[in-house]
Structures are given as C-alpha cells and as structure tokens.
Write a protein that binds this ligand. Structure first.
Ligand code: ADP
Ligand code: MG
Length: 599
C-alpha cells in the first residue's frame, strides 16, 4: 500500500499544522472530506480540528461504500473513522428509524463508549444509536429496538441472542463494522461474528478495524469482505508506537514481594491524575486493589468477574476523578478511553509485546502526554528487551525512588503550592490572623508553621521505608524462584505505611487523643478479629457498596468481636442503608451507628 507519508506528522490536535504552509488551503481539514454539514458542526463542537491519519486515509474510501480493513494503534481515532461515514448515510427523518448499521465490539464498556461517541457525532442528524450488551436488562433493549434505532453497537453474544429472538432486524443493514476485531477473535467470538454476518444482507459494506492484524483476521476478511482496501497507519507495522510519540516509558526492577510498596512509592512521586494498573489475573486485580486501598489510595478494580452494575459504577468513579487508580485485566480495559488518564502501569511485564502496546496505548492519546511504567522482576529482563526490540522504543530502567527522592518531591510540591498562594490576590484577607500571631511570634516562625500545615495537608506521606531496588541483579539473572515465591506468600506489604495509616491510635475509649477528624461519624460493624477481618476488608466492602472512596473511610479500629469505621457524617444514613445486606468476608456486617459506651 502506497500511502502518503503522513505517519511522521505530529498529532494534528496539538499542532494545528498547515496555517503557515503558504498557498496550501487546509488540505487535511475535515472540510475536505465531503462529510455532511451536520457532522462537521458536531466535530467543531467536539474540538476536533483535523482528522487523524487513519481517519484521513479511510473516511474517503468508506464514503465510497467499499469494504475495508483498517489498522492503526490504539488511541488514533478509529471510532470516528468508521462512525462518520456510517452517519453520513443517515436517512431523512421520517417514520420509524430502521437499523442500517451494526457495529460489533468486544466488551460492554466499548459498546457504551462507541455508542456515546456515535451519538455525539450524529446528534445534529438525529441519529438514534443503541448499545446492546450482555448483563444489561434485556427489557430496556427490547423496548428501544421496538421503537427503532439507526445504529446498533453490540457485543457479539448479545447481538446473536437478539437475532435468535427475532428482536434485532438486520434486513436493512447496509454497513457492518467489526471494531477491535483482533480482540473479538482473542475472546473467542469468531463463531458469533460469523453467525451475525450470515444474518445480514450480502450486499452490505463490511469494515474491519483493529489495532493489530493477526493471521486469523485475514481468514475472516477473506470469507466476509469483498475485495477490501487495506489501510495500515504507522510505519513499524502492528507493534509500532509511531502514533504515540508522547509516551515516556520506564521500568523498575523489583522483587515481587516489594511490588506493592514500590508501586505506592512510584505513584507518590509521579502523582498521576489517573492511572490504570494492569494485572495478569482477576485475583491479582482484587488483591492489589485491596492492598492499595489499604495504603490510602483510591483504587478501583475492573475485571470480567464483576457484575455490570459494579463495572459501571467503577467506570463512573474513574471518569469523574473520584478514583485515582484503576486496577484491571487486559480484557476488561481493552479500548477504554479515559480522558484523565496520565499513567499506565504494568504490574508485571506482559508476556506478549502486543499486549504491552495495547496497554500503553491507553495514554498519550490524541496528542496528550503519557507515562508508561513497568514493574519487572530481575528474571523478566529478557521480556523487556523483547518489547524494546519489537516496539523500536527504549524503555529506560529507573531506580525505585528512595525516601529522600520522595521527600524532595513533596517539598517541591509544597514549595509550588506556597508560591502559587503568594501569587494570589486575596492574601490581605489573612492579615488579621498574621497581625494577631505577630504579637507573640516572629514572622519566620509563623511562616514555618504555616508551611508545615500546607505540607501536611497535601497528604505528604510519612513512609520511611526504603524499598529494595533489584536492578543490580539484572546481570546475575539466574533466578531462585522458590525463594522469591516464599517471600511473596508472606506478603511483605504488611507492616509498612498501609497498616500504620490505619493504626493512628484509633482506640474507641473516650477522651482519646487523636479522635476522628471533625465531620467524621463512627459506624459499628459486627465483625472483628475473630472473623479474620483486616482494615482492607472493611475499606473494600464499604467502597464497593457505597459511593465512598478509600480516603473517606477511616479511622478504622478492629476489636475481637466488632469493628468501628469512620465515615463522613453526612453519609452515615446512606452507608448504613447500603450495608444492610452486605457481608464482610462472608459474615453479615450488622452495621449501625457506633455510640461510645460510657464506661
Ligand atoms: P482508537 O479506537 O483508535 O483506539 P478512539 O476512537 O477511542 O481511538 O479515539 C481516541 C481519542 O481521540 C478519543 O478521545 C477521541 O475523541 C479522540 N479523537 C478522535 N479523533 C480525533 C480528532 N480528529 N481530533 C481530536 N481528537 C480526536
Ligand atoms: Mg477503538
């Protein structure tokens, strides 16, 4: 395929290119793509200035109606590449909408995400777009389908269900898109996809988009696409990171047992707005979420073992910024586009370089900057090297930040905060306070005390432990896995910051020195040490059942037979309501407000 050399071009979003290119009249604007004005106005509203490379290449072909196989890295705008040409076919508004396009996607989250995007693009055209996926009450879907929709975005399993029930009418379908086709095949949807395609008119336009093109895609393409055009964007082939130049990649070498602590330390220094942490298994996701919540991070889990409601709630919290860490498996997080995401963490080195590329494609999207961090064990060095070779990108090996590094970073943060305050205009408001204090103290003392408060308020951690960095072991690579594993089982993540932060002298006696902060109410739960309850278990249950996040939960105190947990006063009723039928570690929580018994 002889494509124009556009792949090197900077992402148009951040660098509105060709203004300066003298006589050239906006050669790559959306305007030149022959889209309907209602679509162009939507794009203006969304702030899309120019098409991305894959959009520029595929939209004109798709508008002509031919079949197509499109490949480009994650985050390069494949959704709009197929959505705009589909919407361009919107029939005039008259009568009941007829389904003329079907988009198949691998996961429920993507069904929602893609249909939201299509709804936004097609708003001015009055496009009705419906996501359908398993786990959602089928009644609502039936209702919407009955009323008629223009575009259905579905996971293959649920689409097939509806076809079997006769509730999804595909006779008028003109376009079928297989989005994230590689992932759908990986998830074992090949039969479903074939079944669905067989149920659509043969005269349809069939479009396949994917981040990678494994051979199995070709066999589907051969069977179901007619003479497809192939558009591949990104020079280095399927593992290239050519389209995500703004990702800083680093790796830390740590023993498994030190990973939770190392992750916390790295996050403290990196201060992500939002980060996604990839784990290998659901269990690992759950465990790490618990551990990180116990350490005071607002972490949420996302994996296929969760109910749809749980997953929706998690995504809501992540998107709204209520949660800062999303722990996820590859499948659950596939294709997710989260605006605020700044960091991707590989809790392990992914065994396939493709997985690495997919994962870190979550950041650095649409020209934003991103950071990819990998925690590797010494023996995983070879896999790191493999990834470097395949992606043609250097991954720099960093040392796990020391306590001194962390301190320096925190001081820098405090310094900036104070500087910002100094630049603000409302300082006079506080002159009264200063004047009063100056009667008894000198200005430097007062300043130091104020800075101390700022520093403490910014959540500077008091983590004093050095975390062993294992990068020196890279050369002497002969692993002694049995020892590493033994250490791991013991879980050395106990006893450092996590446990201590729950142990802030939270005795339930009256007149305690460090009682719960103002505005915090205490709940009593009828589960205690005899039930094997740990602070994390309580945080986990409450965070899962309510809208509270880790940081709002505590102090926690666990006695033999019961526990007390602090929650914000104004949430008490809501929390008690939500925990009515909840269980902690399989035991009924029996929650009520805790009243200090006068002894
Ligand atoms: P992909 O499917 O290739 O992984 P998406 O379609 O999810 O990528 O797009 C990634 C992000 O880029 C989305 O937030 C989308 O809104 C944004 N985007 C897509 N096209 C453009 C464009 N032309 N200009 C600006 N942002 C865009
Ligand atoms: Mg996509």
């Amino acid at each position: 395929m002889n494509e124009p050399d556009v792949d090197d071009a900077p992402e148009p979003v951040t660098e509105p290119a060709s203004d300066s290119a003298a006589s050239v009249d906006a050669p790559f604007g959306f305007d030149s793509l022959n889209l309907r004005p209602e679509l162009l106005s939507a794009l203006v509203r969304l702030g899309y200035e120019e098409p991305t490379a894959i959009q520029r290449e595929t939209i004109p072909l798709l508008l002509q109606g031919g079949d197509l196989v499109g490949q480009a890295a994650t985050g390069t705008g494949k959704t709009a590449a197929f959505a705009l040409p589909i919407l361009n076919r919107m029939p005039p508004k008259e009568g009941k909408p007829v389904t003329y396009a079907l988009v198949l996607v691998p996961t429920r989250e993507l069904a929602v995400q893609v249909s939201e995007a299509m709804y936004k693009y097609g708003r001015d055209l009055g496009a009705k777009v419906l996501p359908i996926y398993g786990g959602q009450p089928i009644g609502r879907q039936l209702h919407a389908l009955h009323d008629g929709v223009h575009v259905v975005v579905a996971t293959p399993g649920r689409a097939l269900d509806h076809i079997a029930r006769g509730t999804l009418q595909l006779d008028s379908v003109e376009v079928v898109v297989l989005d994230e086709a590689d992932e759908m095949l990986d998830m074992g949807f090949a039969d479903e996809i074939e079944g669905i395609l067989d149920a659509t008119p043969t005269a349809r336009q069939t479009v396949l988009f994917s981040a990678t093109l494994p051979p199995r895609i070709n066999s589907i393409a051969k069977k179901y696409l007619r003479d497809p055009q192939r558009i591949q964007v990104g020079q280095g082939g399927q593992n290239s990171l050519a389209n995500t130049p703004r990702i800083r990649q680093s790796a830390y070498i740590v023993q498994r047992a030190h990973k939770p602590a190392a992750l916390g330390r790295i996050l403290d220094v990196e201060t992500p707005t939002a980060a996604i942490v990839f784990c290998r298994t659901r269990d690992e996701v759950d465990q790490l979420t618990e551990t990180m919540n116990g350490r005071g991070y607002r972490a949420e889990a996302l994996h296929g073992g969760m109910s749809q409601e749980q997953r929706d709630r998690v995504m809501g919290r992540v998107r709204s910024g209520t949660a800062e860490l999303l722990m996820a498996t590859d499948v659950a997080a596939r294709g997710l586009d989260i605006d605020t995401l700044t960091h991707v963490v590989n809790y392990d080195v992914p065994s396939a370089p493709e997985a690495y590329v997919h994962r870190i494609g979550r950041v650095g999207r649409a020209g934003r900057e991103g950071v990819a961090i990998t925690l590797a064990e010494p023996r995983e060095q070879r896999q790191l090297a493999n990834i470097e070779r395949l992606t043609k990108r250097k991954i720099s090996i960093e040392k796990v930040p020391t306590v001194a590094d962390l301190r320096a970073k925190q001081i820098e943060f405090t310094l900036n905060q104070v500087r910002e305050a100094l630049a603000a205009e409302d300082l006079e408001d506080y002159e009264v306070v200063l004047d009063t204090l100056l009667e008894d103290f000198d200005a430097t003392e007062i300043a130091l005390a104020a800075i101390k408060l700022v520093h403490a308020a910014s959540g500077a951690s008091d983590d004093e432990r050095e975390i062993p960095d294992a990068s020196h072991r890279l050369e002497r690579d002969k692993p002694k896995p049995s020892r590493d594993n033994a250490q791991n089982r013991k879980g050395s993540d106990r006893g450092d910051r996590g446990e201590r932060s729950f142990d802030r002298g939270d005795r339930p006696e009256r007149g305690e020195r460090s009682g719960p902060p103002a505005g915090t109410a205490r709940l009593r739960l009828g589960v205690g040490r005899k039930d094997g309850i740990r602070p994390q278990d309580l945080v986990w249950t409450i965070a899962n059942e309510t809208n509270l996040v880790g940081k709002q939960i505590g102090p926690i105190w666990i006695s033999e037979h019961f526990s007390t947990v602090g929650v914000p006063e104004h949430t008490v009723d809501e929390v008690i309501g939500a925990l009515q039928n909840a269980k902690v570690k399989g035991k009924r929580a029996n929650v009520r407000r805790y009243v200090d018994d006068p002894r």
